[in-house]
Design a protein. Structure first.
Length: 163
């Protein structure tokens, strides 16, 4: 029994010495850091203008935000057309590249007499550069009678991504 007490005492002394030695030789290191994003991604719509209007047509008042354009036009007779020019600008400091362009007129529910056509904006849009594209709405000149459905919508997506 005396031997086991001595062994326990020795173990306690060794553990105590190890704890003191560890605390003397241990050093706590601290790392503090901060990261910032200094680049700004901002490709946006900066304008909509009416470029051409046939006599007797009403181009309405086109409205836009940074990411949307809305217009409501009125056409009078076959052959009438209105052309809208939409301007996009890269106001950020990251170059952009065109990833997707898709214009979808509502051919299923809309008037067959209304025809939309569009051009494509630039594929590359460097910092500070701008591009434009057109949306043309036209009353089909081949239409011989007034259609029952007199309106048609178009939806468009123009997607730029970081270069």
């Amino acid at each position: 029994m005396k031997k086991s007490k001595i062994i326990v005492m020795l173990l306690l002394i060794i553990i105590s010495v190890m704890a003191v030695a560890y605390s003397i030789f241990a050093t706590e290191l601290t790392l503090n850091g901060e990261s910032k994003i200094t680049k700004n991604w901002k490709v946006k719509i900066t304008g909509v203008e009416v470029k051409e209007v046939s006599d007797g047509c009403n181009p309405g008042e086109p409205e836009f935000t940074d990411t949307t354009v809305a217009f409501s036009s009125e056409l009078g007779k076959p052959g009438d057309k209105i052309i809208y020019v939409i301007t996009i600008k890269n106001t950020g400091n990251i170059d952009a590249v065109l990833n997707n362009v898709e214009f979808t007129p509502d051919d299923e529910n809309g008037s067959k007499a209304i025809v939309y056509s569009t051009t494509r904006p630039s594929d590359n849009l460097k910092t500070g550069e701008q591009t434009s594209f057109t949306v043309t709405v036209e009353y089909d000149k081949e239409t011989l009678e007034v259609p029952d459905v007199k309106n048609k919508e178009i939806t468009g997506v123009i997607e730029y991504i970081q270069k």
